[in-house]
Design a protein around this ligand. Structure first.
Ligand code: CUA
Length: 328
């Protein structure tokens, strides 16, 4: 059995129907939404009321009822053409204003690179720090430069009202300026596949992560705490990579079955491959399984792991292998 996907924390709702606004863009997006909603409800009520009224007023009571010989009314037709046209043009400008604001990131934006892959997010900060949860300063424009290593994903933070596809082989970008320190959730909103071996999987639906909005000074403190300790032992560096590179999304370290086999006690064990071959799990097998993940698959698991060849350095693979060895 696959593990059930962990549930994302619920979204804070403090307005009638939309999540909390926590970006400078949110107000204009919500204004456009509200205007469309009000206009739609007004016309729905108006049209339904008229329909019911006409039904009662003009229904044919007997076969001797006379019908009118009037076939059109030019004034009425102009009115029902021009009024909706004016409303649509008005809606266009309401939307266009927000669109322009969202489309142009300020030149001094803080830039974070985003890499999406099945099924995790990786964030790279200007000083080289890599994380798998997003931490941003409040009150500063932040630009996300995004790409995908495999399939289409979509970057979506409801509280910021930003959403953009993340595409393999192409950079896309979004920017936002968070208003105040808060905890939010980032979702993938493009169906990017399920779990392994044909079961109902947790892949796409589990592809969410935390967004921490910190005050400027807390952000600087947080950044300092993230900077790598060059003297840390390899296994400790590996443990960090294991989380930031998304391994932990599919491989548990406590024996639970995920989209991939658990890594608890895997080192030194003999694994059954899908071909029936029995392979001792040593440094070389782990090295191969990380860089050329499709080469030999553990029986019972689909070939869903991305190959990390070209994405992890030899050093980083060594750190990961050292970490896996400690998972007794
Ligand atoms: Cu990534 Cu859905």
């Amino acid at each position: 059995m696959n593990q059930p996907a962990p549930l994302p924390p619920s979204i804070t709702v403090d307005t009638v129907w939309l999540p909390k606004q926590n970006s400078t863009l949110a107000e204009s997006i919500d204004f456009g939404w509200d205007v469309v909603m009000v206009v739609s409800i007004m016309f729905f009520v108006l049209l339904m009321a008229m329909m019911i009224y006409f039904l009662v007023r003009y229904h044919r009571r007997s076969e001797f009822d006379v019908t009118s010989d009037r076939d059109h009314n030019a004034r009425l037709e102009w009115a029902w053409t021009l009024i909706p046209l004016a409303i649509c043009v008005g809606l266009f400008f309401v939307g266009f204003k927000g669109f322009l604001y969202a489309a142009v990131p300020p030149a001094e934006s803080y830039e974070i690179h985003v890499q999406a892959q099945k099924w995790s997010w990786t964030f790279t900060y200007p000083n080289g720090v890599v994380t798998n949860e997003l931490t941003v300063p409040a009150g500063r424009p932040v630009k996300m430069i995004m790409s995908s290593t495999d399939v289409l994903h979509s970057f979506y933070i409801p509280e910021f009202r930003v959403k953009r596809d993340v595409i393999p082989g192409l950079y896309t970008a979004v920017w936002f300026q968070a208003i105040e320190p808060a905890e939010s959730t980032l979702f993938c909103t493009e169906y990017c596949g399920g779990g392994g071996d044909g079961q109902q999987g947790s892949g796409h639906s589990a592809m969410w992560t935390r967004v921490h909005v910190l005050s400027d000074s807390d952000f600087d403190k947080w950044m300092q705490s993230q900077e790598d300790d060059p003297n840390a032992p390899p296994a400790e560096k590996g443990k960090k990579l294991f989380v930031t590179r998304g391994c932990a999304g599919c491989h548990s370290v406590d024996g639970a079955r995920g989209n991939g086999p658990t890594l608890k006690g895997v080192f030194g064990k003999t694994e059954q491959m899908s071909t029936g071959e029995a392979v001792p799990v040593d440094e070389n097998y782990l090295h191969e399984s990380i860089l050329q993940s499709q080469k030999r698959l553990v029986a019972g698991f689909g070939g869903i792991m991305p190959a990390f060849e070209g994405q992890l350095s030899e050093k980083e693979v060594t750190y990961l292998v050292e970490y896996i060895k400690t998972l007794k």
